[in-house]
Design a protein around this ligand. Structure first.
Ligand SMILES: CC(=O)SCCNC(=O)CCNC(=O)[C@H](O)C(C)(C)COP(=O)(O)OP(=O)(O)OC[C@H]1O[C@@H](n2cnc3c(N)ncnc32)[C@H](O)[C@@H]1OP(=O)(O)O
Ligand SMILES: CC(C)C(=O)C(=O)O
Length: 514
């Protein structure tokens, strides 16, 4: 038996049957092109007789999308099949997919047909389709609730009539994996002529088992799996194509089969389908959900930082997701917190880390998502508590059109007040020079900018600046005040405190290496 599993994507047909979803022709073509990039084998582009729009979509995809089989659905009647072929004829490889239900429930209540009539219609439909293309798929709708012997009889007759793929749908998502696997196994062994056709499954998700059933089918001989991206489709949807692909790929030790899918295109495809259908992907959805590669628990984050494989069975890059995401929140621990600090340029001692971590935990009880800005605010608060930090006590400025700008500054450090005065090119320059005299550190200001935090006459000025002493290490400072000179002084002192703090830590690190 071949080890290749064909992926039949029905996002544009069964997927579009999701209540509330309607895709236009360009949108369908866009998705089909992306599905081709993903490397699915068959794109079911639509149900051509169902509407002029669906007909046009199938026709456009058949003409424009290459390197993939394009399928169109038809009921088991000639009109549907003729219309399907009309839409499909421009395709590089075209498949007519014809179906009729085989369960007594459907025969009695929906089709109002006898078993003999269904058998006859199935054979006639396959033969009619076969006159157009060698690639004909026959589906026995509601197979899971059909009488087994009758199901086998119809499948055998369809193969005899020329069907190259026989699809076994669990139309209403009724089956469970063990039972479904057995059914597929029985079909593979008992249907006369089955070796001439590819056995396919099409599972719905009413009991949340569409993917599990599809995989059980593969273990039992199915070599085509039908599904939709993000698992969209009728009611609770279809088997999620991305989950099937990744399960077969990740557990090839168990399945021993392969697909030709380019897994790195999965995420992009999922996003596109979600955006164009308007169907959001739930955060905890396997493979493509926002949380599929996100970790918030401290123990997990610690494991991830030590080795990704502790808590990830797939590499996100394999799915087209750039990297795993360590989310800082109330369940996070010190390892992840320290890593975020380091990525922001802060190296803390054990005591400082503990103190900052406590502040972080308090904040995370109140705030769901802790951003890098929150972390910086925590660290700045920590630094302001440092014994050697400078704090502005007072500021006096003399400035105008006819005077040399002069600043007198008072800074407190460990409770001690130091005062200095200096002249400068402007009032901000004078403030910086006065501060430098007190700290004994000569900084060069690289940039200075101001934003209004609020509007009106009493707007708060938010000054952001950058300083350096050696041209290599740059320290940012921020100060807020209604007086922009006071905001500038606070920002400058903030940057200088960071510089001092950094040099203390560098010394300590060098010391600890000795
Ligand atoms: C399990 C699945 O997902 S199957 C695909 C389901 N998808 C869709 O139905 C979406 C597109 N459908 C449509 O646009 C419309 O239903 C159409 C255009 C196909 C048909 O519309 P209408 O002609 O108005 O018929 P309507 O949908 O109301 O009823 C379906 C008819 O098809 C018959 N029918 C259903 N399945 C089949 C079949 N596989 N083969 C032959 N006839 C069938 C029904 O018995 C019914 O026949 P009746 O009119 O003699 O009672
Ligand atoms: C047409 C068939 C394959 C179908 O969609 C189903 O049975 O769910």
């Amino acid at each position: 038996m071949s080890q290749r599993v064909y992926i039949f994507d029905t996002t544009l047909r069964d997927g579009e049957q999701s209540p509330g979803v309607s895709l236009n022709v360009p949108e369908k073509v866009q998705i089909a092109k992306q599905l081709a990039r993903l490397g699915v084998d068959i794109i079911e582009a639509g149900f051509p007789i169902s509407s002029p729009g669906d007909f046009e979509s199938v026709r456009a995809i058949a003409r424009e999308v290459k390197g993939v089989t394009v399928a169109g659905l038809s009921r088991a009647n000639f009109l549907d099949i003729d219309r399907a072929w009309e839409a499909l004829r421009g395709a590089e490889q075209a498949r007519i997919h014809t179906f009729i239900a085989t369960s007594d429930i459907h025969l009695k209540h929906k089709l109002c047909m006898t078993r003999e009539q269904v058998l006859e219609a199935a054979v006639a439909a396959v033969k009619h389709a076969k006159a157009y293309t060698s690639d004909v798929e026959f589906s026995a709708e509601d197979a899971s609730r059909s009488d087994f012997d009758f199901l086998c009889q119809v499948l055998a007759a369809a193969i005899e009539a020329g069907a190259t793929v026989v699809n076994i749908p669990d139309t209403v998502g009724y089956s469970i994996p063990l039972e479904w696997g057995r059914l597929i196994n029985d079909i593979c062994h008992k249907v006369p002529g089955i070796e001439k056709a590819v056995v396919s499954v099409h599972c719905h998700n009413d009991l949340g088992m569409a993917v599990a059933n599809s995989l059980a089918a593969v273990l039992n001989g199915a070599r085509q799996v039908e599904g939709a991206i993000n698992g969209i489709g009728e009611r609770a949807g279809n088997a999620a194509v991305e989950e099937v692909i990744m399960a077969l790929h990740t557990r090839k030790d168990q399945f021993g089969v392969f697909t030709r899918a380019h897994t790195e295109e999965i995420y992009r495809t999922s996003r596109l389908v979600s955006a164009l259908t308007g169907m959001k992907v739930q955060a905890n959805k396997a493979i493509v959900g926002d949380n599929a590669f996100a970790h918030e628990a401290g123990i997990h984050q610690d494991g991830m930082l030590k080795d990704r494989t502790t808590y990830e069975i797939m590499n996100p890059a394999m799915i087209g997701i750039s990297k795993s995401n360590l989310v800082l929140g109330k369940h996070s621990g010190r390892h992840a917190f320290r890593q975020r600090l380091e990525s922001l340029g802060y190296v803390l001692s054990k005591e400082e880390l503990n103190s900052a971590f406590n502040s972080f935990k308090k904040l995370s009880d109140k705030k769901m998502n802790i951003t890098s800005e929150d972390i910086e605010a925590i660290i700045e608060e920590e630094m302001s508590r440092l014994p050697h930090a400078f704090a502005l006590d007072y500021l006096h400025i003399s400035s105008g059109t006819a005077v040399v700008p002069t600043a007198t500054v008072g800074l407190r450090r460990d409770g001690q007040l130091s005062e200095e005065a200096a002249c400068g090119n402007g009032p901000v320059d004078a403030i910086c020079k006065a501060v430098d005299k007190i700290t004994g550190i000569n900084c060069t200001m690289i940039s200075w900018g101001i934003n209004a935090v609020t509007s009106g006459k009493d707007a708060l000025g938010d000054v952001n600046l950058k300083v350096t002493t050696d041209g290599c290490k740059v320290f940012t400072g921020r100060g807020i005040s209604t007086d922009i000179l006071e905001a500038s002084a606070k920002a400058y002192i903030n940057a200088v405190n960071k510089l001092i703090w950094d040099s203390m830590h560098t010394e300590r690190e060098v010391g600890s290496e000795k």
